[in-house]
Design a protein around this ligand. Structure first.
Ligand code: IPM
Ligand code: MG
Length: 373
């Protein structure tokens, strides 16, 4: 037991030193960029990933045909980020794949499978950290109900930073660690308040559990309030995550919310809830942005259950197509993004993906999107 305690303390010291170094060096990463060309990396992922990505690729090829011909945009397929390859190499993101990814400017990524338990970290978490994609932006809209929400989920800290590096005393207990940094919080808070200001939003909800997680969420809350003070025209209120989860299913008040800023894990959970209100996690896209890179993806996972049931062809590509819209907007092609958004909406009305209707497959939806464009 004494040896285990000593090892755990040494491990903790190592983690603390690493996190201090990280906190002191946030925003340091810089990449070389060819100013004349935008490289869009396409990563299939696992499970339903290749199935839904095929439709996103077709849509982008059609929308960007002129730019690709002129050489100002390249669509570059990146192979090898598969669960088989990652397990074989024992790396969450194999080095060679990471090197290819870093040569791109923006990425569209299908869902990747995360083995539960064990030591292997999620590919998503590794990529978000390696590319310093600190802002996870997830819009949710239900026009009929006047719901227009944008979630700013902190994407590199909280429970995720050291989620694969906890300690255990076998047979007795396990401990994980949660990390919140001042600068890490400040930059996500700024993203949320800047977005609110630029988009005429009047309210930002800061969501924490600072009554219980006193150090980490306490810091998150304090920094968010500090940033809020620079935006006097925007009302900022703090809510605990439990009551906010209830508020989102309260039809009397939910349309009053506009912008949310929250730590990583709460953001993970509540954005699935919000997406369900919009029509399911299969409908929601997500942007992971940092100062150098940006990665766009569906908010859901690789759906192994759907594959096991033989229903992979009925995976809904709306999520990844919506992510593609966000990518287009991010690289300054708002008009093309609008075109794709309209085509997705039209396709949903004509040929919604539905396993109960033979023929209403993922590919048929993609065909319809192409036709509508
Ligand atoms: C998400 C996903 C990921 C997360 C998984 C796949 C690691 O649930 O993007 O919300 O937990 O962040
Ligand atoms: Mg999630």
């Amino acid at each position: 037991m004494e040896t285990m305690i000593k090892n755990a303390v040494a491990h903790y010291e190592q983690l603390l030193r690493e996190q201090i170094a990280r906190a002191e060096n946030l925003n340091a990463a810089k990449k070389q960029k060819d100013e004349n060309k935008t490289v869009i990396g396409l990563i299939d992922g696992d499970g339903i990933g290749p199935i839904i990505m095929a439709e996103a690729k077709r849509a982008l090829e059609k929308l960007l045909a002129d730019e690709m011909a002129a050489g100002t945009i390249e669509l570059r397929v990146i192979e090898g980020l598969t669960i088989e390859n990652r397990l074989a190499l024992g790396q969450a993101v194999p080095d060679q794949v990471m090197a290819e990814i870093k040569k791109c400017d923006v990425l569209l990524k299908g869902p990747t499978t995360t083995p539960s338990g064990g030591k292997m970290e999620s590919a998503n978490v590794s990529l978000r950290r390696a590319l310093d994609l600190y802002a996870n932006v997830r819009p949710v809209c239900v026009p009929e109900e006047n719901i227009d929400w944008t979630f700013f989920r902190e994407n590199t800290e909280g429970e995720y930073t050291l989620g694969s590096r906890g300690v255990e005393i076998p047979g007795l207990l396990s401990m994980d660690f949660k990390v919140t940094t001042v600068e890490g919080t400040r930059r996500i808070a700024r993203s949320a308040f800047e977005f609110a200001r630029k988009n005429g939003k009047t309210h930002v909800a800061i969501v924490t559990k600072s009554n219980i997680m006193k150090k980490t969420d306490g810091l998150f809350s304090a920094i968010c309030h500090e940033v809020a003070a620079e935006y006097p025209e925007i009302q900022a209120d703090e809510y605990y995550i439990d009551i906010m989860s209830a508020n989102l299913v309260n039809k009397q008040i939910r349309s009053n919310f506009q912008v949310f800023v929250l730590p990583n894990l709460y953001g993970d959970i509540i954005t699935d809830e919000a997406a369900q209100i919009q029509g399911g996690v299969g409908t929601a896209g997500s942007a992971n942005t940092g100062t150098e890179y940006a990665m766009f993806e569906a908010i859901h996972g690789s759906a192994p259950r759907l594959i096991a049931e033989g229903l992979g062809d009925y995976a809904n590509p709306e999520s990844i197509l919506t992510a593609a819209c966000m990518l287009l907007r991010h690289i300054g092609l708002a008009e093309k993004a609008e075109k794709l958004t309209a085509a997705i909406q039209a396709a949903r009305a004509v040929k919604p993906v539905d396993a109960a209707i033979p023929g209403n497959t993922c590919a048929a939806f993609g065909d319809e999107v192409l036709k509508q464009m």
